[in-house]
Design a binder for this molecule. Structure first.
Ligand code: GLA
Length: 635
């Protein structure tokens, strides 16, 4: 709890999320119902994107042969049929920005097919990829300059020429570049990095030496108070406008890469199809844990069209190479369960078959690509062991038992973990071994060090006539999550990154998101409890919040609501409201901590979108956790 008092001042954000009681008449009330789903629906990412990206395999040393080699192997091994369809170029493709007309030039020595009669063009390459059935992705940066220019170790393929020619990022050229990438060169996806708005301060050595022009940083991954969130959002808004303009059919994929900085874990879902929640992954177990943790408790922030991105797969190297199949399978299982993009980062030309088989496990892929779009929710959570459960479109559950540590764990999987009845049998299929089994009530199993056991489970649902909201996080959008002063999340594993070792003071909790809405837990990762009554199912969120919920044909909404026992104050009254397509359906009187849970229910037949609002009366100084206990859509 002490961390919660470590509030970071963030004047910029306060301005955009004022509390209703303090809202001047002119500014819109963020808690007022809109009747509209506000998470990102543009582009084409109803399911998590699958494919390949050049970065983890080659860093900037990407060329056409390596890229086409990956595409060919994806086709030859049958991975293409299994859904891998994006072939994405990362950093390293650019030669310079031509002065005069500002057109971007390609490194034609690396990409010979780009050389033609006129200006270099990626069109021949994207044509080839399209003809093979793939989609093609390109890479850029929010700033004038790019990541490799900031963090090169000397061997990188960097842009060449004058200071101006080496400014290859989007800044000041957004519409021109997006037009070039999508309309002229035929790309279908773009990853937008953020080093250009982070690493080029006037006092940075690379700027002082005259190599690059200064651009006052607007993100600082280590400091929210030094990040200008509205300014960062404005840059993405520009990109969105250009993407719409140059993709009339809306067929594109926008990947945000600002590494969990600027509190993007709360708003990335509103501006892009996938959004990175942490700094880079590395082929190290500890680093994988960090990036996994940065997304793992964020199920409510992932939906069809807007997914959490814990970074690309590093299967094929280091702790995830062919001599570490247990680790490689865990990495893949976890990404599948989290509805993370499945972007292979290996040199597929030489990837051994056992690793291809991991990428190709159709049963695991099916969890990631399940039509319901629900990211797995934590059912058991300790530092060394976790149980993740994902509700699938046909009512089955996928469950992953994840041993993070180096000693075996004797685990008990219960019917409760699955929200299944404990008096009827539950059928299990082990998706790695193929073994079938069944149990009633509970089952014991030993999970090996670093192993992730994944089952598909069939059973009778405890809630026979509906679905808990926490079972369908993909349909629930915390449009306003009540977080006014974002804080770093202390639950994320702090690794020893290979690039720094134990130099310095080690990583502090650094990715904001702490206090965000959670499925089955409070925003501070406590069990949901109202006046001593615990709720195994429900949504935990802060007061002054508004959630949007898709209703796919259910007849009734019901919940038990109240201020959670973990609230720091008993003085703060909170009222709960339910809206259907913008119209009031039900509400409660003001409730305080210690008052028993109140029912909040309504008929919702024919309603398309529900909104669940918790409004703190008066001026609140504390973040007040509230609980939507047993919140469910019923038949
Ligand atoms: C950043 C990103 C990586 C990669 C590199 C390229 O570090 O987080 O995923 O794109 O830039 O330089």
């Amino acid at each position: 709890m002490t961390l919660r008092r470590f509030l970071l001042p963030l004047a910029a954000l306060c301005a955009s999320t004022t509390l209703s009681a303090q809202t001047p008449a002119a500014s819109p009330d963020p808690l007022a119902p809109t009747g509209r789903w506000s998470a990102y629906q543009a582009g084409n990412a109803q399911l998590p994107p699958m494919g390949w990206n050049s970065w983890n395999a080659f860093f900037t040393h990407i060329d056409e042969e390596k890229l086409m080699g990956a595409a060919q192997r994806i086709r030859d091994t049958g991975l293409a049929q299994k859904g891998y369809r994006f072939i994405n170029i990362d950093d390293g493709w650019w030669l310079k920005r031509r002065t005069g007309d500002g057109r971007l030039m390609i490194r034609t020595d690396q990409f010979p097919s780009a050389k033609g009669k006129g200006d270099p063009s990626f069109r021949p390459l994207t044509d080839r990829l399209h003809a093979m059935g793939f989609k093609a992705g390109i890479y850029s940066d929010l700033g004038r300059n790019i990541c490799s220019q900031a963090y090169a170790d000397g061997s990188e393929q960097l842009p060449q020429g004058s200071v101006a020619e080496r400014e290859v990022g989007l800044y000041g050229h957004t519409d021109q570049d997006i037009r070039l990438f999508f309309a002229e060169w035929g790309f279908d996806a773009i990853k937008v990095d953020g080093c250009g708005i982070r690493a080029y301060a006037a006092d940075a050595d690379r700027v002082k030496s005259g190599q690059y022009r200064a651009l006052t940083p607007i993100i600082d991954p280590l400091s929210l108070s030094r990040s200008d969130i509205p300014a960062v959002k404005a840059l993405f808004a520009d990109i969105n406008r250009s993407l719409a303009r140059h993709n009339p059919d809306g067929d594109y994929m926008l990947s945000l890469c600002i590494w969990g900085s600027a509190n993007v874990r709360s708003w990335g879902k509103d501006v892009g199809n996938i959004s990175r929640t942490s700094d880079d992954i590395a082929p190290e177990w500890g680093r994988m844990l960090t990036t996994y943790d940065s997304s793992a408790r964020r199920a409510l922030y992932a939906h069809p069209g807007s997914w959490n991105d814990p970074d690309m797969l590093f299967i094929g190297k280091g702790d995830f190479d062919a001599s570490h199949l247990t680790e490689a399978k865990s990495h893949f299982s976890l990404w599948a369960m989290m509805n993370a993009p499945l972007l292979i980062g290996a040199d597929l030309r030489t990837t051994p078959q056992p690793l291809i088989d991991i990428f190709g496990n159709a049963d695991i892929i099916a969890l990631n690509q399940d039509a319901a779009g629900n990211q797995a929710v934590m059912a058991f959570d300790a530092d060394g062991f976790q149980i993740l459960v994902k509700t699938l479109a046909n009512g089955d559950k996928a469950v992953a038992l994840f041993n993070r540590g180096l000693a075996p764990v004797d685990a008990t999987l219960t019917a409760d973990h699955l929200k299944f009845r404990d008096d009827s049998p539950i059928a299990l299929a082990n998706l790695w071994s193929g073994e079938k089994s069944s149990f009633t009530k509970e089952m014991k199993l030993r999970v090996a060090p670093r192993e992730t056991v994944v089952f598909r489970a069939k059973g009778d649902r405890s809630l026979a006539d509906g679905l808990y909201l926490s079972e369908q996080p993909g349909m629930v959008n915390p449009a306003v999550d009540g977080v006014v002063q974002p804080e770093p999340d202390p639950t994320i594993y702090r690794s020893i990154p290979g690039w720094r070792g134990t130099k310095g003071i080690g990583e502090r909790p650094m990715y904001a998101g702490w206090g965000g809405a959670m499925a089955d837990f409070t925003p501070y990762n406590q069990p949901l409890v109202i006046a001593g009554k615990a709720f195994a199912s429900g949504i935990g969120i802060l007061a002054n919040s508004r959630m949007e919920v898709h209703n796919n044909g259910f007849a009734r909404f019901a919940a038990q609501v109240g201020v959670d026992d973990s609230a720091l104050t008993a003085d703060q009254p909170v009222r709960f409201f339910l809206y259907g397509d913008g119209t009031p359906l039900a509400s409660t009187p003001p409730l305080r901590r210690g008052q028993p849970a109140q029912p909040l229910a309504a008929d919702i037949k024919g309603v398309k979108l529900l909104e669940l609002v918790a409004r703190a009366d008066g001026v609140t100084t504390n973040a007040v956790p509230v609980t939507w206990g047993d919140a469910a859509l019923l038949r």
